[in-house]
Ligand binder design. Structure first.
Ligand SMILES: NC(=O)c1ccc[n+]([C@@H]2O[C@H](COP(=O)([O-])OP(=O)(O)OC[C@H]3O[C@@H](n4cnc5c(N)ncnc54)[C@H](O)[C@@H]3O)[C@@H](O)[C@H]2O)c1
Length: 263
């Protein structure tokens, strides 16, 4: 390939005129995705159950807000998912990229400490909500013959110990679902991938990381990267996966953990 055949590197992450639906948009990784995808030129449907966090997206200023549609929704409710997708289509006409980012942690509980209510709650958001939203968005993508889906898994999708029994089971399920989606719809123009973050400083991990002198924190920061992850670390790989540069990446589970799980 000669240099004149090389694509413009900036075009690889250019999302101008793209419509991106992001769940979990009110905080942490989802919020970082909203900010970065807006900066890349996309229009954003920002979905979350937390109205205050969605309200705080107003901080992003007027030009960005014109391309932003915040939507309060509980992803464990089928009717909320239908409403969100319908209003997104009404406002923007289509959804090009779906970031299934919202998730719930289970308090790191082993199975015997997980009652059925907790098990169902974690599954309802982390996997059933993700499946319902994907199925609501996929027909439009298939009709266009293109679309990108980015599912937020975890290192807990590959290993034990990154959550409790319910969380770990759902994140393993997210990876299986991602691969099957890719297998079934890749040839129809849909590119589906998962991201497996390590320990990222967000609301979800605030309790676990609150003791700055703890042994856990020492272990987590003695990784090759020498630090905890930031929401922006995960937003950046998400942006790359959404763009043209990731055209040949299908059904992958991309670990972004600072090296936490290399051994
Ligand atoms: N923080 C980490 O270390 C880490 C590591 C691996 C994977 N993850 C995954 O990344 C994703 C984002 O987590 P985060 O760390 O940003 O946590 P976070 O708690 O900051 O954000 C999660 C968001 O999901 C929303 N949410 C929860 N239940 C919902 C529901 N029923 N309907 C709609 N929205 C709902 C919350 O309101 C919140 O805004 C999750 O899927 C999580 O499992 C996080």
């Amino acid at each position: 390939m000669s240099s004149k055949d090389l694509p413009n590197p900036y075009s690889l992450v250019n999302l101008v005129d793209q419509v991106v639906l992001i769940t979990g948009a009110a905080s942490g990784i989802g919020r970082a995705q909203v900010e970065l995808f807006l900066a890349a030129g996309a229009s954003i449907v920002a979905v979350d159950i937390n109205p205050d966090g969605l309200e705080r997206l107003k901080e992003l200023g007027e030009p960005a807000r014109q391309r932003l549609q915040p939507q309060i929704a509980d992803l464990s409710k089928a009717e909320d998912i239908v409403r969100v997708v319908n209003s997104a289509i009404e406002r923007f006409g289509r959804i090009d990229v779906l970031c299934n980012t919202a998730g719930l942690l289970d308090g790191y509980k082993p199975s015997l400490d997980v009652d059925e209510a907790l098990w169902d709650k974690i599954f309802a958001v982390n996997i059933k909500g993700l499946y319902r939203l994907t199925n609501a968005v996929l027909p439009g993508m298939l009709a266009m013959g293109k679309g990108v889906i980015i599912n937020m898994a975890s290192v807990a999708g590959n290993f034990a110990g990154g959550g409790g029994a319910a969380y770990t089971a759902t994140k393993h399920a997210v990876l299986g679902y991602t691969r099957q989606l890719s297998y079934d719809y890749g040839r129809k123009g849909i590119r589906v991938n998962a991201v497996c973050p390590g320990m990222i400083e967000t609301g979800m991990t605030a309790d676990a990381l609150s003791d700055r002198e703890s042994k856990l924190l020492k272990v987590l920061t003695s990784v090759p990267a020498g630090r905890l992850g930031k929401p922006e670390d995960i937003a950046q790989i998400s942006l790359f996966l959404a763009g043209q540069g990731a055209d040949f990446i299908h059904g992958a589970a991309i670990t972004v953990d600072g090296g936490l799980t290399i051994k």
